[in-house]
Design a protein around this ligand. Structure first.
Ligand code: GRF
Length: 209
């Protein structure tokens, strides 16, 4: 079998999607290994799970960089380079990334969003889905582009919205979908069966040196 892709998972919170990826990657025939977990918050609960699973963890605390997003992203990028990362998975990573970082990792940077994109970009997706009265709701794994929650879809799946659903019950049902499709989507990307090369990628926007 060809060499497994080296994957970093970026988290800010509990890390249940991270755990789903770690578990999937234990299979011998899985084409990727979770090499690194990065958190922008030192107390993210997911870090504990990553350590227990024997995965290297690192913290790049955005607060130590103040308003300097360039410095934060350069530090993040340096960690990814140091660990020779091939693919980056955002999994509840609550920082917006600039066009510089996105351009640098373009086609190798994926995210999971708890809605059927292009519906309900942004936050509070379950609350908004209930308020809108949709019959189906779900989750999407997509390539990351500079516009938030807007890149090409890799996989998407849905659940029914049931009479009496609350934000919590709906979130729990969608989370099961997330845990199923994120490992499947990472497999597709790692095997080169899902690809994304944005137009003009040879000249990504750069920070000034
Ligand atoms: C998930 O619902 C994910 O789709 C969203 O943030 C949540 C993170 O949950 N982006 P977890 O940290 O993976 O448990």
């Amino acid at each position: 079998m060809t060499t497994k892709k080296r994957v970093a998972v970026l988290i800010s919170g509990r890390g249940s999607n991270m755990t789903a990826l770690i578990d999937a990657a234990k299979a011998q025939d899985y084409p990727a290994e979770i090499t690194l977990v990065v958190s922008n918050l030192p107390d993210a609960p997911g870090l504990t799970g990553a350590r227990q699973a024997g995965i290297a963890t690192t913290i790049v605390d955005h607060r130590t960089f103040g308003d300097d997003r360039q410095a934060f992203e350069r530090a993040l990028d340096a960690q990814l380079q140091a660990h020779r990362i091939d693919i980056v998975c955002l999994a509840g990573f609550m920082r917006l990334l600039t066009p510089w970082f996105v351009g640098r990792w373009s086609g190798r940077l994926i995210n999971i969003h708890p809605a059927l994109l292009p519906q309900f970009k942004g936050l509070h997706t379950h609350r908004r889905a209930l308020a809108a009265g949709v019959k189906r709701h779900g989750a999407t794994v997509h390539f990351v582009v500079p516009e938030t929650d807007s890149g090409p879809t890799i996989l998407q799946d849905s659940v029914s919205v049931i009479e009496g659903d609350t934000e919590e019950t709906l979130a729990a049902r969608v989370l099961e979908v997330e845990h199923r499709i994120y490992p499947q989507a990472l497999r597709l990307v790692a095997e080169g069966r899902a690809t994304f090369v944005p137009a003009g990628d040879e000249d990504p926007p750069g920070y000034q040196d």
